[in-house]
Design a binder for this molecule. Structure first.
Ligand SMILES: [Zn+2]
Length: 163
């Protein structure tokens, strides 16, 4: 039986190194979930984002728009993840503190825990939302400009129309 050959390829979206069985032609990147086609250019295998391949049908401006949408989505995902982790940590700490407060009948600690958790959850929300907006704002502005240039009311359709 011939041994399976593996290809070492790099995800063009997030630059994660992927090891793939040679016969594979399509893969979803485990880190960024980009859909990728394995393509062969002049004997050299490489990965190409399905989104990019589809984007080739669009004008350069529309292509740029798709890229910006993907960037915004990736940034939002990252902040969403950070927000979720921070929330979990707060909830975990609050639970420990509450158990302690109930065990020792410390009403003030219970009050403090509830109040503290609510305040920190609010802070997390505000911080992550503003940080995320701050990072995506230049991209969003760029998107607006492109949308105006293309003359389309919304950019969402381009990205979602995979048919
Ligand atoms: Zn990737």
């Amino acid at each position: 039986m011939p041994q399976k050959k593996f290809l070492s390829l790099t995800c063009p979206v997030c630059e994660t190194k992927l090891k793939l069985v040679e016969t594979i032609t399509y893969v979803v990147c485990p880190s960024c979930e980009a859909e990728l086609n394995v393509t062969n250019d002049e004997g050299k295998d490489h990965l190409e984002s399905v989104e990019t391949a589809e984007a080739a049908r669009f004008s350069p401006q529309e292509r740029e728009l798709i890229l910006i949408n993907a960037k915004i989505r990736a940034k939002d995902d990252r902040y969403g993840m950070g927000c979720a982790i921070a929330t979990l940590v707060i909830a975990g700490l609050a639970s420990i503190s509450m158990v302690f407060a109930l065990d020792y009948h410390l009403t003030f600690l219970l009050d403090l825990t509830v109040f503290g958790s609510l305040v920190s959850l609010g802070l997390v929300l505000v911080l992550f939302t503003s940080a995320s907006n701050h990072k995506t704002q230049p991209l969003a502005r760029q998107r607006e400009q492109l949308l105006t240039a293309i003359g389309q009311p919304s950019g969402a359709e381009i990205q979602d129309s995979k048919a």
